[in-house]
Design a protein around this ligand. Structure first.
Ligand code: NAD
Length: 270
């Protein structure tokens, strides 16, 4: 059976952990060559080594990139195109939730700026260089390869609903990701470039679990989750695979929610 991403190539940021790592593995399993970009190079290298071990038919390359630096993102896209000959999928997934991010009164400007640089500018730059690369994709109908591609930007459920446990810079940054993605999707719709936001609910990954480091903090959230549990990174990877593949060929500009029903919830089951 050919994979759903056969002959395609993907660049994934934040690929060393959580959603990015699970997506790297799943995309490779489905036949894609994958460039794993992360600020933490050893983590990205570990992911690439896992792919080489499990899926020897595809190519996996690890690279250090800080998405808060435009030059790093441009370099990562250049490396993907050089290694794989094309870039079909850009997954702008890296993001931070700073422990000192708080409410309007307590959040320091430096924390606000850092969060916006990584979570918003990083996604903008990722879109910018991916769009430039995707316009150059060679057409190869025999392999089902087209000009254009799929760009997925990780937002969050907090871009849609408010939380009384505030992390204001993070929330505002993810709202910006949603708005930016919708507009880019419209601008580039006729170029065969699809852009969608992925909106995860709260997940069992280091980003959230390092922060919810007591049972009290975990339970404060769990009571609001319709399914009574946090999500798993691999559940987001499966949604990212749908958005990355041609299975979603008529899906663009959407806020794709994978949140266990959280954003539809008024009262949770007992
Ligand atoms: P994670 O902590 O498991 O992984 C994040 C990865 O990003 C790490 O490998 C880290 O090294 C990397 N990273 C951090 N800063 C970077 C930078 N400046 N440049 C490049 N890489 C960087 O987190 P995760 O839960 O998989 O989060 C992935 C995305 O999902 C983030 O954008 C996050 O905001 C979003 N998200 C997560 C949750 C959740 O509950 N975990 C919920 C909603 C949205």
């Amino acid at each position: 059976m050919p994979g759903r991403l056969q002959y395609k190539s993907a660049l994934i940021t934040g690929a060393g952990s959580g959603i990015g790592l699970e997506s790297s593995l799943l995309f490779a399993q489905e036949g894609a060559n994958v460039l794993l970009a992360d600020i933490n190079l050893p983590a990205a290298e570990k992911g690439a080594a896992l792919i080489k071990h499990r899926f020897p038919d595809v190519t996996a390359v690890a690279i250090q990139a800080d998405v808060g630096k435009e030059a790093d993102i441009k370099h990562a896209v250049d490396v993907a195109v050089k290694e794989f000959g094309r870039l079909d999928i850009m997954f702008n997934n890296a993001g931070i939730m700073h422990p000192k991010d708080d409410n309007a009164l307590n959040t320091e400007e430096a924390i606000w700026d850092l969060t916006m640089t990584i979570n918003v500018k990083g996604v903008w730059w990722g879109c910018k260089y991916a769009i430039l690369a995707m316009r150059q994709n060679p057409l190869d109908e025999s392999k089902g390869l087209r000009v254009g591609g799929s760009i997925i930007n990780t937002a969050s459920f907090v871009s849609i609903m408010g939380a009384a446990t505030p992390q204001l810079a993070y929330t505002a940054s993810k709202g910006a990701v949603l708005a930016m993605t919708r507009e880019l999707a419209m601008v580039h719709a006729r170029e065969g470039i699809r852009l969608n936001s992925l909106c995860p609910g709260p997940l069992k990954t280091p980003l959230l679990m390092d922060f919810l480091n007591t049972d009290e903090k975990k339970n404060r959230r769990l009571v609001h989750l319709p399914m009574g549990r946090f999500g798993e990174a691999v559940e987001l990877a499966k949604a990212a695979l749908f958005l990355a593949s041609d299975d979603s060929s008529y899906v663009t500009g959407t806020d794709f929610k994978v949140d266990g029903g959280l954003t539809s919830c008024y009262v949770t089951p007992l």
